[in-house]
Design a protein around this ligand. Structure first.
Ligand code: UD1
Length: 446
């Protein structure tokens, strides 16, 4: 297969290079020009937040796993690099989005700091490595600049399960003393902590409960994949995962869910340009509050059979709406920045309150450079809709901020250039190409 790339321990060592010719490490800027009403139907990619954790969960089995619908985004390539460094042999067919991961010779339990620093999701190897080898050594994870993002909920609860955690400067070492199933009560439904603890619990003898667990659809995709590997997981109302430990897990054969965090921006691209967009695969049943907000703005939303597929027919006169981000099924923080681009030109005053991260309103400052009227007080942005935005040079501070600025660029007069675009490539698989298919004027300059 022409687009298939093989990754193994040796190939990683031999070339400290970008993993394919297609994806380069540097991604300088996006150029966006004011675009006419976008129009068309598009297919989505697999969900970044599901695939990354499902990839780490493959460490739990010894064998050859197959993942389908895997997006060719930079975070996925980074995770391939991480697993390869641990000794997995990986083949990625980028054309058909199929990832084959052979974990039979995986024998490493140390992740190098340069990989950890590039992607926060690397912390999700902790649970699987503790389950498989009883030890793990990592550096504190990196990622975006959207707040401090500690991992204390992960560590505290690992300790409750009998893991000793030691910190030496930036390095974290954890090893199992006497693994025990426990009732773990999360003080906040952290997505990553839920996933990490779940992955250790599936191979821990006895019954572990994760109480106040995160219920994001991507967590359920992980659960589905783990169940297909033989894990025994059930759910108790209102938000408790009950895990009966098993002796071993089989390799996975799993199709990753479609990305609601890609569907959202594509619908907003239709909304913001006064166009029409149809996403037949969009997991509308997981996008409730976001779609309700689009309707409140005055857009027409049609949902497909069984909650799959969304069409948006945009109003020319969108109204202001207010949101407050919260864990699922609340309004998702990852769709906060993209929505703000649309609110910048909606009639009236919108309020956007960010409660999940302490520092995730940095895109507002960039929107102001484009003519938006936004004031920030503590965790809330107050947005007064303006008639026009203007092209400017702006900087993306995280994945979703890059998306917000690209959306604003579609309606801003003139040309918008966006730097910090390596975030864009981390989170999306060719989103600029998808927007171009709908008629947008957007180019990624590498
Ligand atoms: C995941 C998603 C991310 C999304 C977020 C919330 C992935 C790869 N990323 O991130 O896109 O925005 O869920 O839906 O799936 N926190 C602590 N201590 C901890 C853990 C978290 O204080 O031990 C705080 C974080 O700093 C943050 C909040 O809790 O402010 C939410 O974090 P969490 O739900 O863990 O998000 P992630 O799993 O990192």
């Amino acid at each position: 297969m022409s687009n298939q790339t093989l990754f193994n321990h040796d190939s990683h060592r031999a070339k400290e290079q970008p993993l394919t010719g297609k994806i380069s490490v540097e991604a300088p800027y996006l150029i966006v020009e004011q675009s006419l009403a976008l129009d068309g139907q598009l297919f989505l990619s697999g969900a970044k937040n599901a695939v990354l954790v499902i990839m780490t969960s493959l460490i739990l089995s010894r064998g050859i796993s197959i993942l389908r619908n895997v997006p060719a985004s930079d975070d996925v390539f980074q995770m391939i690099k991480l697993l390869t460094e641990l000794g997995a042999c990986i083949t990625f067919d980028e054309r058909d989005n199929i990832l084959e991961v052979d974990t039979r010779k995986l024998d490493g339990y140390r992740v190098s700091p340069d990989i950890m620093k590039k992607m926060r999701a690397s912390v999700l190897v902790m649970g699987p490595l503790l389950a498989r080898f009883g030890k793990v050594e990592i550096a504190f994870p990196g990622g975006d600049v959207i707040g401090e993002r500690p991992v204390d909920y992960h560590l505290k609860n690992f300790e409750k399960m009998g893991v000793t955690v030691e910190q030496h400067g930036d390095l974290l070492t954890a090893y199992v003393n006497h693994l025990q199933s426990r009732n773990l009560l999360l003080e906040y439904p952290s997505v990553g902590a839920t996933e990490n603890l779940l992955m250790l619990a599936v191979l821990t003898p006895g019954t572990t409960k994760i109480i106040n667990a995160a219920l994001e659809p991507e967590v359920f995709d992980l659960i589905e994949s783990l169940r297909s590997m033989g894990a025994r997981i059930s759910i108790e109302v209102p938000a408790t995962l009950v895990i009966e430990g098993v002796d071993q897990l089989l390799p996975a054969d799993h199709t990753v869910m479609f990305d609601r965090m890609e569907a959202g921006p594509l619908l907003l691209a239709g909304a913001i340009t006064g166009g029409y967009v149809h996403l037949p695969q969009a997991p509308a049943h997981t996008m409730g509050l976001f779609l309700i907000k689009l309707q409140e703005m005055g857009h027409t939303i049609l949902i497909g059979k069984n909650g799959i597929g969304v069409k948006i027919r945009a109003t020319k006169n969108p109204r202001a709406v207010s949101i407050k981000t919260a864990p699922y099924p609340g309004y998702p923080t990852d769709l906060q920045a993209p929505l703000m681009a649309a609110l910048a030109m909606a009639q009236g005053v919108s309020k956007v309150q960010e409660t999940v991260y302490e520092n995730r309103l940095m895109h507002a400052r960039e929107l102001v450079k484009m003519g938006a009227q936004i004031e920030i007080a503590y965790d809330t942005a107050t947005i007064r809709g303006v008639e026009e935005l203007y092209g400017a040079h702006v900087i993306a501070s995280d994945i979703r901020a890059s998306c917000c600025l690209a959306l604003a660029g579609l309606v801003a007069k003139g040309q918008t250039t966006i730097s910090g675009v390596y975030h864009w490539k981390r989170g999306y698989d060719g989103l600029e190409n998808k927007l171009r298919q709908l008629g947008a004027s957007i180019v990624l300059r590498e």
